[in-house]
Write a protein that binds this ligand. Sequence first.
Ligand code: F6R
Length: 620
Amino acid sequence: MCGIVGYIGDQQAYPVLIKGLHRLEYRGYDSAGIALINEKGDLSCYKAKGKVSALEAAVSDKDVTGTIGIAHTRWATHGEPNEINAHPHFSQSRNLALVHNGIIENYKSLRSMLSSHGRTFCSETDTEVLVQLVEYMQESHDCNLFTATQLALKNVVGAYAIAILDKNNPDTLVCARKGSPLIIGVGKNEDGKNPEFYLGSDATPIIEYTDQVIYLQEEEIALMNRAGDLTITNLANVKQTPQLSTLQLSLDQLEKGGYPHFMLKEIWEQPDALRTCIRGRLNVSNKDVILSGIIDHKEKFINARRIIICACGTSWHSALIGKYFIEEAAQIPVEVEYASEFRYRNPVIYPDDVVIAVSQSGETADTLAAIQLAKQKGAFLYGICNVIGSSIARATDSGTYLHVGPEIGVASTKAFTGQVITLALLGLAIAKEKHSLSDEMFHMLIDELEMIPDKMQWTLEHNKDIASFAQMFTYAKNFIYLGRGYNYPVALEGALKLKEISYIHAEGYPAAEMKHGPIALIDEEMPVVVIAPKKGMYDKIVSNIQEIKSRKGKIISVVTEGDTVVRDMSDYCFVIPDTRDCYVPMLAVIPLQLLSYYVAVAKGRNVDQPRNLAKSVTVE
Ligand code: F6R
């Protein structure tokens, strides 16, 4: 949600910043802006509505020189997406320029206080209030930028990651964070002497230059200067020791690698991504599952009265599959909660509850707040995240990374299957400790899980030619997705994928719920996607399909290879190889991902950057 990039060093800042903005664009793309201080000491600022490419076009004939700068790509929260509301924002004197990710909750009261002191505002944003507040502190306390930022932030309620330029201090860059992530990259200037510094809302704009980073902690403020000094304090001005980490990310993971869209690349990456996820964790020869995250906390899981999984969106769907699996394998009751609902209730949490956060980004504000609440109530926290070093990963007591590589496409694909397989590993690891499965069943589940990446590859190869088929459904205004048991969450996920990238309305239902109302929607115009593998509830789902057929609905089914009954009843069929019931979701979701992708492409949608969405939802 909004991307921040910054630079101070010997290089020209503009190319670093613009490339960084392109890499961060998946976080927001309503508008973009850049501020630089050139050699003469002028502070220039350029903004454009829309994509980063619009900003590039807007500055093509402008002076973009300077070796210090900040930049921003926006996902609008306060004020419509236009040039005025785009960041950076200026202080009254135009000496300070600031970019911000997050929400200042008390911005209205701060704005009236500042107005009463003669400050006037150009935009509707909470960010402009922040930069005015910093300057107000600078002037009223006669202090430097760093101290003024500390003082200002003490008065702020809300979440922020910020970076500030000061025209009068062209050799320093100040940044701070609370609630929204911010990373400082420490590189080497060409002379090899003083370090240069990069800033990023995540590591993607930094990795090209350095793998040495510092994750700024909650309520920390950092000052970087051209001499290569880095000072970090908290809001109370207590000095903090910067912890240098090495990034586990490579540049080619951030490129499209010949695919037209990141989403398609990430769909095809799934077999390899899942192989990496289970590597070293699933041992077929010894018939074992080793999750280092639970080794030191076995007792917590063995004695857990209950597991509560908090998540949002796609991660909530994978959590639901995880619930079915963990309950079946480990015999522990599992509740799955929308993090945004959980955090605002007064949920009953027992000290022997384990609360799991599932989050690709590890930064989703609601999920983070949900686990903070659970922590206050004494629960043990476990994180299942993809982004290494993310806020949720750091806020939990233990956890497991997905290791599926960076996910850039806004619509989640490989993170979903990565979460499902990680939850399956977790269920098996707990079952091992609790001896809740027979040896025979445990071994069978291990053997079969190891084959899932190959079976995914098979599924991709056998369903790749659906572009022309997808074309036939661009007319549709609505879709229904149906599944039962483990495939009900897959139906929800298939519907979400179609909605977010093609803007076609879609609903997922448990198939048997149709007759309780939604069947009234069925007519010859309605495509109904049914996940109907030849497994446990096959006969029941065949009856559900018959009910839809007799109302002339168009059936698109996902069936097991060799199936003829559902195939003959369907207008179109996707095939998947046979596997155990509990693992079907990882295969069945693949044709649904491809379907939504190709329908969206046929409708001319911007697949990787769908309207109104952003990859990482760091605001409520
Ligand atoms: C949908 C999608 C979102 C995210 C949700 C949670 O394709 O990506 O629904 O799943 O915003 O994000 P994370 O997993 O980062 O917490």
